[in-house]
Each structure stands twice: as C-alpha cells, then as structure tokens.
Design a protein around this ligand. Sequence first.
Ligand SMILES: [Zn+2]
Ligand SMILES: [Zn+2]
Length: 192
Amino acid sequence: MLVKIDQIRDAGLHVDEQMNLELLGATLEGSGFRATEPLKVSADFRKVSGGVLLSGKFTSRVVADCKRCLTEAKLELPVSFTINLVPESLVRGEGVLDEEELEEKDRGHGESGGSFAMDATDEEVFDGKVIDLEPIVREQLLLALPMSAVCREDCGGLCTNCGQNLNDKQCGCETKFVDPRLAALKNIKLQG
Ligand SMILES: [Zn+2]
Ligand SMILES: [Zn+2]
C-alpha cells in the first residue's frame, strides 16, 4: 500500500487497495472484533500546498460477541476519512502550514459518501517521498470500532437466573418480585 509522491499528478491519484484477512486479524487483535472479509479501500491523493491531501473510504465488515446474549453480532461500519499528509521537512523547517487554506481545499472536494463525516482534518507526517496507506487504514479501522456490539438493538440478552437466551424463548423464571436492590445490581451488570 505504498504510494510514491511522484505518482501523484496534478489531477490527483486514485488508488484501490485491498487489505487481507491476515493483516486485518493482526490489526483487530485484542479489540474483541474479527474481520470476516478483506477490506477494500478506495483512496484519493491530491497535492495541496504544503503536502498531500488523502481522502479515503472503506466499509469494514466485522463480527463480535453480542454484549447481551454472547451470540455473534455482525457489524457493517462505513468509514471515510481525510488526512493532511505533511512532509517532515516542512514540519522541521521554516514552513508554517496554512491550515485554513488546506481546509478550504478540503471543502471544495466535497465528496461525502460515508456516514461517518469527520469534522476536523487529521494531520500525519511522512518522509516527503513515499506514503504508506496501510498504517493509516489500520488506524482508521480501529477508530471506527464501537465500544461494544449488540446482535440487534432489541436483543433481550440472557436470563440472569438460568442463562436462557431470551431472544429464543422466555424461560419462565420468576422476575416479578426481585428485591429492588438486586434489580439495581442487575441493571449495572447489563450495562457493562
Ligand atoms: Zn444479542
Ligand atoms: Zn431464566
């Protein structure tokens, strides 16, 4: 996923890349999420004053254990991002980046396909010659993950008494006369 700065013409450069499951697995390790298919990344590079503007998007399809009933929850996460890539020579040297100008160009681009619109444009430093898309995509993927997953919004979860999955059927456990103090505890548990 390397792009040389020389490859970017005045009209910009469009790149379609794919991230394989192995790399996705390594990226998601420890997150509680698992990828189910390779990630197709669409990226546009444009030279702007003081660097390169990267606009990218992908749809991440992942699975995780539902936090309420523990069955597999499927998620589809559309991600779009815009990043100012600034050559390190500019960061080190005399150059003061004109952020307003860059933002203006960003707005002019006006391509908002994804449902996650980023307000602020992120900034990343690169060596001025080669841009590696991979770590950027991996970071964006992690940023897009929710705190936890549910298999569906109205998931009934598991009975705290017998463990029955209440999406499948009611277990018939007596829940009417629960001590209110215990009920409060139960709520805390469910939110976790
Ligand atoms: Zn569930
Ligand atoms: Zn039960």
